[in-house]
Design a protein around this ligand. Structure first.
Ligand code: C2O
Ligand code: CU
Ligand code: CU
Length: 519
């Protein structure tokens, strides 16, 4: 980024910015008049609003959804023909400058966070910029991120779990030239699968925690629904041709962890994680996805006869002492109450102890595309710890549980407070050691950047071999007693970002903190 643009962002943000760099895309910036400005080539009006969708047969469900209007830009930029509660899929190219004029039409404060994108703090959806009903906020940023599967969702303090649960989430897909050059399966062969769990009442309404005495205890476990939805639909199935597909998996659930496998026994060919393409494709028998994480896999249906079914399932696992399924009176019980006796779903009460279908692929007799992955997908630097200014003394972040409180280094979220150990310097790299010292899982997410996982200690036996720690990451699942060392680089922007547990109930209980990038 040159001085002009830096000055503009500085102006916009009201903060000093010391140094910066820029993406390689078709950046829509004006470089004259002594000032540089981000001029959007994609301009969107986006609403968070109440609505009603049909999820279960014969009844409608009231939801909160993002709905959008494209004011400027290619018609592919937003996919408005959604029939689910999910927001429109936003599809941009690296280098695009995006403006989203967000209008809040729900009766709570809200804010949009662009999960995984590297944008200035004011554009990142920090809870402190949440706006009330009737108000609007203008997001304006250039997308300098790698091609990949990102997403956006509501992010207000203490009510993120509730708002995302009611529907406020959508995909944000970035493409770039390098990715295009690989000729990966595209169009109808590029299919996002957003996996979430929900519970419904008899009348079709969504069930979240009641405001009762059980609330806090249930919240500390996190919400677990009894019905798995994919792209907002139960019993999700799609017809596939006899060819190769690219699936973009997002665990968009509040707190459920999935251990995904194919019932045919075939491996996944993983090509991407949170921050886009891996360096080389990886064969895996199963993939563990914590809330917020993404995985991209190729699946080849060419050898399956017409009429066959391939089912993507989640395997039973040990979820830890406090993990899914421990508290019979928790969501599991709630699930029974929600769905019991209706007999319309195949799923039992879902928790870590169950094995359940996520999506079925019905193979047709049509020939699809052929594709075999190149041996090298993208250039990812080998993480070099010598880059880190604190290589001899990694910062420690302990994700703990104290009584009925979940904390990070003993603290909970306060809107703008930053502890001394949460201040980092712009243009440096650091090692963070993130440790789970509690008996329950924590998917740890850091805003504003993509990091690399240096090592994982104490891998959870049930998940070992299924973690996707490769590539660029923004969320990393930590099972009890696990710890990871991450390499982070703080670039381009100063200011406050949050990091938190992406179990959204934990986040809402305060398992979130600010970190501040200072110049
Ligand atoms: Cu997807 Cu702060 O989160
Ligand atoms: Cu995020
Ligand atoms: Cu947590």
């Amino acid at each position: 980024m040159d001085n002009g643009r830096r000055r503009f962002i500085q102006l916009l943000a009201g903060i000093p910015v010391a140094a910066s760099n820029c993406g390689d895309g078709s950046g829509q910036t004006v470089r004259d008049r002594g000032r540089e400005e981000i001029v959007p080539n994609i301009d969107i009006r986006m609403f968070a609003e109440p609505g009603s969708v049909s999820i279960l047969p014969d009844r409608s469900t009231s939801v909160w959804s993002y709905r959008a209007e494209l004011l400027q830009g290619s018609s592919q930029s937003i996919d408005t023909k959604t029939d689910s509660y999910l927001g429109p899929t936003i599809r941009v190219k690296k280098g695009d400058a995006v403006r989203v004029r967000f209008e809040n039409r729900i009766p709570q404060i809200s804010v949009i966070h662009w999960h995984g994108l590297h944008v200035p703090p004011e554009m990142d959806g920090h809870p402190r910029i949440a706006i009330s009903q009737g108000k609007s906020y203008e997001y304006l940023f250039q997308v300098n991120d790698r091609a990949g599967t990102y997403w956006y969702h509501a992010h207000p303090d203490k009510i993120t779990g509730y708002q995302v649960y009611r529907g406020l989430a959508g995909l944000f897909l970035v493409e770039d030239q390098h990715e295009q050059s690989l000729g990966l399966p595209g169009g109808e062969y590029d299919i996002p699968l957003v996996i979430q769990d929900r519970s419904f009442d008899r009348d079709g309404s969504l069930v979240y925690f009641g405001q009762n005495m059980m609330g806090r205890m249930v919240m500390i476990q996190g919400f677990l629904g009894d019905t798995v939805l994919v792209n907002g639909k139960p019993n999700h199935r799609i017809a596939v041709k006899q060819g190769v597909y690219r699936f973009r998996l997002l665990n968009g659930s509040n707190s459920r962890i999935y251990k995904l496998y194919l019932d045919t026994g075939s491996d996944f060919t993983l090509i991407g994680s949170d921050g886009g393409l891996l360096s080389i494709p990886l064969q895996r028998e199963f993939i563990v996805l914590g809330p917020g994480e993404r995985a991209e896999s190729l699946i080849d249906f060419s050898s399956y006869p017409a009429g066959s079914q391939v089912v993507l399932r989640s395997m039973r696992f040990d979820g830890g002492a406090m993990g899914p399924g421990m508290m019979g009176s928790g969501p599991r019980g709630m699930g029974r109450r929600g769905m019991g006796g209706q007999g319309m779903m195949n799923y039992g009460p879902m928790n870590g102890e169950e094995d359940f279908p996520v999506t079925s692929f019905s193979v047709t007799d049509e020939k699809g595309t052929d594709f075999s992955s190149p041996p090298r997908l993208s250039g990812i630097p080998e993480p070099d710890v010598r880059e880190a200014v604190n290589r001899d003394n990694p910062r420690e972040f302990n994700f703990e549980m104290r009584g009925m409180q979940v904390t990070i280094n003993g603290r909970t979220f306060r809107m703008t407070s930053v502890a001394p150990w949460e201040r980092v310097k712009l243009d440096t790299a650091e090692i963070w050691e993130v440790r789970n010292v509690s008996p329950m899982p924590h998917p740890v997410h850091i805003h504003g950047l993509q990091f690399q996982v240096l090592k994982r200690r104490n891998p959870w036996p049930d998940f070992n071999g299924g973690y996707l720690d490769e590539g660029w990451k923004d969320t990393v699942l930590l099972m009890p007693e696990e710890s990871v060392q991450l390499l982070l680089r703080f670039r381009d922007y100063t200011g406050l970002y949050v990091y938190h547990c992406h179990n959204l109930e934990h986040e809402d209980l305060g398992m979130m903190r600010n970190y501040e990038v200072v110049s």
